[in-house]
Design a protein around this ligand. Structure first.
Ligand code: SAH
Length: 257
């Protein structure tokens, strides 16, 4: 189950933090590290800070975009040291580990996403996440070192995993949710849907591309917390296609009118 978790570090400046994150992960039994545009990697400083966890650095996947880093995921947690403009479903690390483990137990791929040392994650990046996770630190000094934040989250994942090992009843509850959750959409499928939705909303003039306000962000938040299955996605896509046809006056043919 721990193999279904990946740690994603976005645009990290200091290679030492990448090494520290790798060490934190290996201590907790996680091994899949994905680096989005790291500033300096591979690096001897990363290897030094990783101590004996250089295997995780060797296997780390380096990609250009967050989208690529999230390929195949059905659940994404974005960590943040502070509140953002659009409120989002917010969990603490313990809650996020439990939710993440339930998803991993039914075969879902789960991402824990961490931001830049100086600027964190952008609003757009955070809006690609199903949940935001905040470590409830002292508000007057709330921002943890990046590798320390990775340690806190991966520790909670391990604790949730250990608790699940000792509790067969909890596991069987997870197994029953498997039947419902097994076919959740991946983030790629959701991204294609958001593109389709945006186009359709523009076409029916619900969305003005000159004045988008926060409509797409709010819709992402709505669908993001809905755990949409593949079957439900087919329905949503069908509705969009027919809506656009109706707006263009093309839907009569289908009814034989
Ligand atoms: N100045 C940045 C701080 C970034 S700290 C900001 O205000 O966002 C680097 C990264 O460590 C963050 O992007 C986040 O992934 C993680 N992090 C640091 N403190 C955190 C906290 N209290 N809760 C959750 N994640 C935290």
């Amino acid at each position: 189950m721990l193999d279904n978790f990946r740690v994603v570090l976005v645009n990290t400046s200091h290679p030492g933090n990448i090494g520290g994150a790798a060490r934190a992960m290996k201590n907790m039994g996680l091994s899949r590290l994905v680096l989005v545009e790291p500033e300096d990697f591979p690096s001897s400083e990363a290897n030094a800070r990783a101590s004996g966890a250089t295997d995780i650095l060797d296997q780390a996947l380096v990609v250009d975009t967050l989208e690529e880093a999230l390929t195949g995921c059905s659940l994404v947690f974005g960590t943040s040291a502070r509140d953002r403009r659009i409120p989002w479903p917010l969990l603490d690390p313990r809650e996020s580990a439990n939710v993440g483990l339930e998803q991993a137990a039914v075969g879902g791929e789960v991402a824990l996403v961490f931001g830049r040392e100086y600027a964190g994650l952008t609003n757009e990046e955070l809006q690609r996440c199903h949940y935001h996770v905040h470590i409830p630190s002292d508000p007057s000094f709330g921002s943890l070192n990046l590798a320390a934040a990775v340690q806190v989250l991966t520790y909670e994942v391990r604790m949730a995993w250990l608790a699940a090992q000792g509790q067969p009843t909890k596991m069987s509850k997870l197994e029953t949710t498997a039947m419902l959750n097994a076919e959740l959409c991946t983030v790629e499928e959701m991204e294609l849907f958001y593109e389709h939705l945006e186009q359709a909303l523009i076409e029916i003039k619900f969305l003005d591309p000159q004045k988008p306000r926060h409509l797409m962000a709010r819709l992402r938040r709505l669908y993001g917390r809905s755990a949409v299955t593949r079957l439900e996605m087919n329905i949503l896509r069908g509705i969009l296609t027919e809506t656009v046809k109706a707006a263009r006056g093309e839907s009569h043919k289908r009814d034989g009118l």
